[in-house]
Design a protein around this ligand. Structure first.
Ligand SMILES: [Mg+2]
Length: 118
């Protein structure tokens, strides 16, 4: 079981990820709608893993990833990407992301990726 924070500007996506990961036995310790929000959350709670959407307002996932990895290198980060974001995914993997999920994904994809990392 891992402590996980879910970051996505889509409330529906957050809900799906929360339900899937909770069902897999993980503890969702927080949700955020953009990079700034998750950085604020991390001041009070450091999870094992973060699912991090790439496209978000205020602060996008790539910017947030770099700040998270600089300050909390032990947190594993799984990027959540959309079709056509291969370059951004490659950049994220170079910047320390552990893996990625491309939307649309199945619950089994989410569980498999997280299972491998925690
Ligand atoms: Mg988004």
């Amino acid at each position: 079981m891992a402590k996980i924070i879910i970051v996505d500007d889509s409330r529906i996506l957050r809900k799906i990820l929360n339900a899937t990961l909770t069902e897999a036995g993980h503890e969702i310790v927080g949700e955020a709608g953009n990079g700034e929000e998750v950085l604020k959350l991390l001041e009070g709670c450091v999870p094992d893993l973060i699912t991090l959407d790439i496209t978000m307002p205020v602060m996008d996932g790539l910017t947030a990833l770099k700040l998270i990895k600089e300050k909390y290198p032990s947190i594993k980060v799984v990027m959540v990407s959309a079709a056509g974001q291969k370059n951004k995914v490659m950049e994220a993997l170079k910047a320390g992301a552990s893996d990625f999920l491309q939307k649309p994904f199945e619950p089994e994809d989410v569980k498999r990726v997280v299972y491998k990392l925690v």
